[in-house]
Design a protein around this ligand. Sequence first.
Ligand code: HEM
Length: 177
Amino acid sequence: MTAEAKTDGKGAVRRALASLAIFAVLTALLFLAAPDGLYPWIKAFHVIAVISWMAGMLYLPRLFVYHSQTSAGSAESETFKVMERRLLRLIINPAMIATWMFGLWLAWKGFGFSGGWLHAKIAAVVVLSGVHGYFSRAVRLFAADRNVKPARHWRMVNEVPTVLMIVIVILVIVKPF
Ligand code: HEM
């Protein structure tokens, strides 16, 4: 990795941490002030976090497809390592935490954790979080040049978050049961 890329990486981490800190302070203020219309605000933050999480969960396995077609030690492979690590640490991990935090608050405040659709949704999100864990492990394996799965595997895995997202959104919006 070049010195320029390292400096750029540190800058990106600082910017991401600053954004997270601002977001955390604003959220804490909202909770403390507890204005009348808090629920739709938290729902808006939940949806923002969901979009960020899903964007990363749909893009990361695409990177794995291309990465698995490069040879270990090549310039392309090293570039994919940086892209995967940054996407996971700066976007996917914080977005998953925010999605869970706001989602659980909505489930408690709005529904007292009751409803078949909500239980099914939480179960589907637990599975999605498991896929997230699988992707985190894959980032570590790719970083150590130890991926043994072919591009076809990553192409198939790519569809799992898509299917889960469709199920989750139908459950929360249609509330079929
Ligand atoms: C365990 C984590 C989660 C919990 C506990 C949770 C819970 C909730 C609750 C209680 C609502 C409010 C529903 C309403 O006011 O009618 C909501 C809204 C929403 N959630 Fe989640 N959620 C979680 C994760 C997710 C994920 C992973 C997605 C998408 C992939 C998602 C997508 C949405 C959407 C699109 C809405 C807005 C629905 C509307 O306004 O009608 N949630 N969530």
